[in-house]
Write a protein that binds this ligand. Structure first.
Ligand SMILES: [Zn+2]
Length: 300
């Protein structure tokens, strides 16, 4: 499943193909993905210019000259394939010969700059929607969504405000999309490990009695941004290196320090611990019991 850094990588990969270009032809091959496509989908896109391509949590938002926003979500297996005219290709961009229509190519965007952007989704948990820009924050996809983790909103103060008096385990609180939006299992495990916080520690242990962020709260905020930024950077380098042979954007190998390493020695220098796994809310949590002691006093 693409996590936030992968979605950001996809955004960066699509930007040169889409921004500033008009949709000249939109081919929609099915009535639905996870949800039905909006009515008159192709018609509402064709002729419109993409003014900008942004991201909110794991959603991609293409702002159109019509005042609507094309909202795209990759679901479990969604990916984009980009074909750009060799003659108009610029350094740093990627190029891929995408021959023929794949069985899971559900939408094909033809753009005025000659680029073709194909949406492929084998499991069809992704979706697309068209939403008016005005009031988009209160639209069904974004209403009640938590703060953006890869940005300035996330700080020790924000964590204190969101986690105050919460007995919820830290891991669950960090995965709660109503608090922080778009943080997934892998990056939460990595961030807790690097911060030295036990995944089952109460979320409220990062907040003082007077509602101030603890030292660890500040550190956790910094580390979450750092972990995500590193992953985005790793994704960016795969784009540059053309390492993905099928030309797809957004799925890349990234080495994790604790995620999926159960039974392996902890990578922290001088630590004799072994990475352990526990299951929280049905999902695996990986952590080092030595680096992440389960003691609220140590979490300060
Ligand atoms: Zn350790």
């Amino acid at each position: 499943m693409p996590e936030l850094p992968e979605v950001e990588t996809v955004r960066r990969g699509l930007e040169p193909a889409m921004v500033g270009a008009r949709f000249t032809k939109v081919v929609q091959r099915r009535p639905d993905l996870r949800f039905p496509f909006p009515e008159r989908f192709s018609e509402r896109l064709e002729g419109q210019e993409v003014r900008s391509l942004s991201r909110r949590a794991k959603y991609l938002l293409a702002d159109l000259s019509s005042g609507e926003v094309l909202v795209m979500h990759l679901g479990m297996s969604g990916r984009f394939l980009v074909t750009m005219d060799g003659a108009t290709r610029m350094p740093g961009e990627f190029h891929h010969e995408h021959g023929g229509a794949g069985a899971h190519d559900h939408v094909v965007f033809g753009l005025s700059n000659g680029a073709t952007v194909t949406y492929n989704d084998a499991r069809r948990f992704g979706f697309m929607d068209l939403v008016p820009r005005a009031g988009i924050e209160s639209s069904k996809h974004f209403a009640g969504m938590g703060i953006e983790p890869l940005g300035n909103e996330l700080s020790g103060e924000a964590i204190a405000r969101l986690f105050m008096a919460k007995r919820t385990p830290l891991k669950a609180a960090l995965l709660d999309q109503r608090l922080i939006a778009g943080l997934g299992n892998i990056y939460v495990c990595e961030a807790l490990f690097r911060t030295g916080l036990h995944p089952e520690a109460p979320a409220g242990s990062l907040v003082t009695k007077t509602g101030e962020p603890t030292e660890k709260a500040h550190r956790l905020a910094d580390i979450i941004r750092e972990v995500l930024a590193e992953a985005v950077e790793a994704g960016g380098s795969t784009l540059r290196d053309h390492a993905q042979v099928d030309g797809s954007l957004g799925y890349f190998q990234h080495s994790f320090r604790v995620y999926d390493r159960e039974g392996e020695p902890c990578v922290t220098p001088g630590c004799a611990g072994t990475v352990a796994r526990l299951v929280q809310s049905g999902r695996s949590t990986f952590y080092c019991p030595e680096c992440q002691p389960h003691s609220p006093s140590k979490a300060r």
